[in-house]
Design a protein around this ligand. Structure first.
Ligand code: ZN
Length: 305
C-alpha cells in the first residue's frame, strides 16, 4: 500500500512537471486541492463518496483570465467529495478506558482496649484517685498528670549525713526495711530492685533513688520530689524521732517514699499520704494500696482513668 501510494505521488509530480515545468514551483497554485485528498487517502482517514474530473485553465499569472490575455494552460482537476474521518476498512479501535485501580486503604484495626478491671471495682473512687495521683487536694485547679516510677528502682541509702557524720545502724536497718516494704506495697508490681548503702550518692543516675540525711534542722522531717530520684530525711529537726525509734520516724520515711513513687497528699489522717500527725509509724491505707495499683497499671502522663 505504501509502495502504491509513493508511486502515485511520483506520477503526480511528473504530471505537474509535464504541464507546468518550472513555473509550478513559483506560481500561487492551490496545490492543497490535490495533495490533501491524496494524503488523506494514504492515511486512510477519509472515504471517497464521489469523484469527477473537471478541466480548468490557468495562465502565467495565476488563476483567472488575465486582462486582455488568454488562457494559458488547461489541466484536469480531480474533485473529490470526502467525508468522514474514519475508514470502513480500518476502523478506529474503540478507546478502551481502563478504570483506575482503586487500592483500598489497609484496614487498621482499632487498638484493643482492655478495660481495667480495677476501674469497675466498687473500691475505686475517682475523687480519691485525683487526690492521691493528681494532687487535687492541695491544688484543686491544677490537676497533675500521672507520675510514677517505671521500673523497680534501686535504693542508695547513705550511711552518713550531709556533714559526714555516721547514721546509726539501727536507723539504717529500720529505714531500709520500711522502704523495701512500702515500695512493694505501693507499686504492687516491682517493689525495689535492691538497697545499697554507702557514703556516696546516686543522684541523677537513672533507676536510682538516693536517701540522704540532712545535717541541719528544718521545718520538715522529710522532703522528696514527686516521682523523683532523691528523698531527704531530717534527723536534726525536733519532733521527727519517736522515743527509742530510728532517727526519723518510719511514718516519715514511708510518706516521703510515697512522694518519690508519685503520690500526693490526701485528706484523711488514716492515710500514709496525709500530711501531719504524730504517729511513729503507719502503713498505707487500704484505699491507698488499691488506687496505687491503678496508678501503677497506667501510663505516665495519663489523666483520669
Ligand atoms: Zn508529704
Amino acid at each position: 500500500m505504501m509502495r502504491a501510494g509513493l508511486t502515485r505521488l511520483v506520477n503526480a509530480y511528473r504530471w505537474r512537471q509535464r504541464f507546468y515545468g518550472q513555473a509550478w514551483k513559483t506560481r500561487r497554485y492551490p496545490r492543497v486541492l490535490i495533495t490533501a485528498p491524496v494524503w488523506a487517502l494514504l492515511m486512510k482517514r477519509v472515504t471517497i463518496i464521489w469523484s469527477t474530473t473537471i478541466s480548468i485553465r490557468v495562465n502565467q499569472h495565476g488563476w483567472g483570465r488575465p486582462p486582455g490575455g488568454r488562457w494559458h494552460r488547461t489541466f484536469p482537476l480531480i474533485v473529490l467529495l470526502l467525508v468522514g474521518c474514519s475508514s470502513p476498512t480500518a476502523p478506529t479501535p474503540p478507546v478502551v478506558v481502563t478504570p483506575p485501580v482503586v487500592v483500598a486503604p489497609p484496614v487498621v484495626a482499632p487498638p484493643v482496649v482492655t478495660p481495667n478491671p480495677l476501674l469497675s471495682d466498687p473500691r475505686f473512687s475517682l475523687s480519691f484517685y485525683r487526690q492521691f495521683v493528681r494532687n487535687v487536694y492541695e491544688e484543686p485547679r491544677n490537676l497533675q498528670p500521672l507520675r510514677r516510677q517505671t521500673e523497680a528502682p534501686r535504693i542508695y541509702l547513705r550511711t552518713i549525713d550531709e556533714a559526714g557524720a555516721a547514721i546509726d545502724v539501727n536507723t539504717l536497718n529500720q529505714t531500709a526495711a520500711a522502704i523495701e516494704q512500702t515500695a512493694g506495697q505501693l507499686t504492687g508490681v516491682f517493689g525495689v530492685a535492691g538497697i545499697d548503702r554507702g557514703t556516696s550518692t546516686r543522684e541523677g543516675q537513672r533507676g536510682w533513688i538516693t536517701v540522704r540525711w540532712a545535717s541541719e534542722s528544718s521545718a520538715y522531717c522529710g522532703f522528696a520530689v514527686y516521682g523523683g530520684d532523691v528523698m531527704t530525711l531530717y534527723p536534726k529537726t525536733p519532733g521527727c524521732r519517736c522515743t527509742g525509734g530510728p532517727a526519723v520516724r518510719l511514718k516519715t520515711v514511708r510518706h516521703e517514699l510515697g512522694h518519690v513513687l508519685g503520690f500526693y497528699h490526701t485528706d484523711s489522717p488514716t492515710d500514709l499520704m496525709f500530711q501531719g500527725g504524730s504517729a511513729c509509724d503507719i502503713n498505707p491505707s487500704a484505699r491507698e494500696l488499691f488506687h496505687a495499683r491503678i496508678a501503677y497499671s497506667r501510663p505516665i502522663g495519663s489523666l483520669d482513668p
